[in-house]
Design a protein around this ligand. Structure first.
Ligand SMILES: Nc1ncnc2c1ncn2[C@@H]1O[C@H](COP(=O)(O)OP(=O)(O)OP(=O)(O)O)[C@@H](O)[C@H]1O
Length: 243
C-alpha cells in the first residue's frame, strides 16, 4: 500500500511550514525525510499520519484518505519527544499503550516480552521511566511504536541520543522489519543514516527539493555527500528561485 501525499500545505500562525509537498512513498521500503532543523520533517510526518490537519492537499494510503480510524491501527509512530508516563514502569507504559491500540489480551504478554528484548530493556522493565536515561526512553518509545506490529512505522529522529553500538543494532532491526514487509518512514538529520534508506526526500524550508532513490541522489552529487544538494538549494533560495 503506497502512501500518496498530494499538494499538502500547512502554516502555523500564517507562517508557511510545509509548502505544496507532493510525493509517493513506496510500500515495503525505508524512506527518509532529511533536512536541517526546522525544515518541516516532523510536521510532514504528523500531516501524513493525520495528527495535524493540512490547510490544503490530501494524504491517502492506497485508496483510503487520511485521517481514517482503521488505518491508524496499522500505523506505529515514535515521536521525537517521548510521550511516556514517567511515574510508570516500562512494562506499565507498554500495557497502557496496548489499550490505546485495542490489542488482543491473548498475545499481549508475549508481544511486550518481544519488544522489550528488541530494544534491550528486558532487565529494566520494572524500573520507573523517570529513572531512565534519555537513550532508554528513546528505546522504550520505539518498543511502544512496534507493539501492535504496525504495517507502517513512522520514526521521528529515532536514534538521537543512542550510542553507536545500539544504533547499529536498531538499524539492523529496521532492515529486518522492512524485509518482513513493513513500510518505514524515518526523519533524520544524520547524513550517514540516509545511506541505510532506499528512498530519500530532501526537505528545505518546508519545500521538497529532491526526491528519489538514495542511489540516484548520491549520483547527483560530486563527492557522494548528499549535503551538497542542500548547499545548492540554499544558494538557489538566496537567489530567490527555489521551486
Ligand atoms: N504547533 C506548532 N505551532 C507553531 N509552529 C510550529 C508548530 N509545529 C512546528 N512549528 C514550526 O514549524 C517549523 C518546522 O518544524 P518541524 O518540527 O516540522 O521541523 P523539523 O524539520 O522536524 O525540525 P527538527 O529537525 O529540529 O526536529 C519550525 O519553524 C517550527 O517552529
Amino acid at each position: 500500500m503506497d502512501i500518496t501525499v498530494s499538494h499538502v500545505h500547512k502554516s502555523f500562525d500564517k507562517v508557511p511550514v510545509i509548502q505544496d509537498i507532493s510525493l509517493t512513498i513506496p510500500s515495503g521500503n525505508i524512506t527518509c525525510f532529511l533536512g536541517p532543523s526546522g525544515s518541516g520533517k516532523t510536521t510532514l510526518i504528523r500531516l501524513i499520519i493525520g495528527a495535524t490537519h493540512a490547510d490544503e492537499g490530501s494524504v491517502s494510503f492506497a485508496e483510503t484518505k487520511m485521517p481514517n480510524m482503521e488505518l491508524l491501527k496499522k500505523i506505529g509512530f515514535m515521536p521525537q519527544n517521548d510521550a511516556l508516563y514517567p511515574d510508570l514502569s516500562a512494562e506499565a507504559n507498554l500495557h497502557f499503550f496496548s489499550g490505546l491500540y485495542a490489542m488482543e489480551k491473548s498475545h499481549l504478554a508475549a508481544r511486550i516480552e518481544h519488544v522489550l528484548q528488541l530494544v534491550e530493556l528486558t532487565a529494566d522493565r520494572k524500573k520507573l521511566v523517570k529513572h531512565y536515561s534519555g537513550g532508554m526512553k528513546k528505546r522504550l518509545s520505539l518498543a511502544i511504536a512496534l507493539l501492535h506490529e504496525p504495517d507502517f512505522l513512522f520514526l521521528d529522529e529515532p536514534t538521537v541520543g543512542i550510542d553507536p553500538v545500539l544504533r547499529r543494532t536498531i538499524w539492523q532491526q529496521f532492515q529486518a522489519f522492512k524485509n518482513s514487509g513493513t513500510t518505514i518512514i524515518i526523519s533524520t538529520h544524520v547524513m550517514e543514516e540516509v545511506l541505510e534508506c532506499d528512498v530519500a526526500a530532501l526537505i528545505y524550508n518546508g519545500s521538497l527539493i529532491e526526491y528519489g532513490s538514495v542511489t540516484e541522489l548520491v549520483e547527483k552529487t560530486e563527492n557522494g555527500r548528499i549535503e551538497e544538494l542542500f548547499l545548492s538549494a540554499a544558494s538557489h533560495q538566496k537567489a530567490g528561485n527555489v521551486t
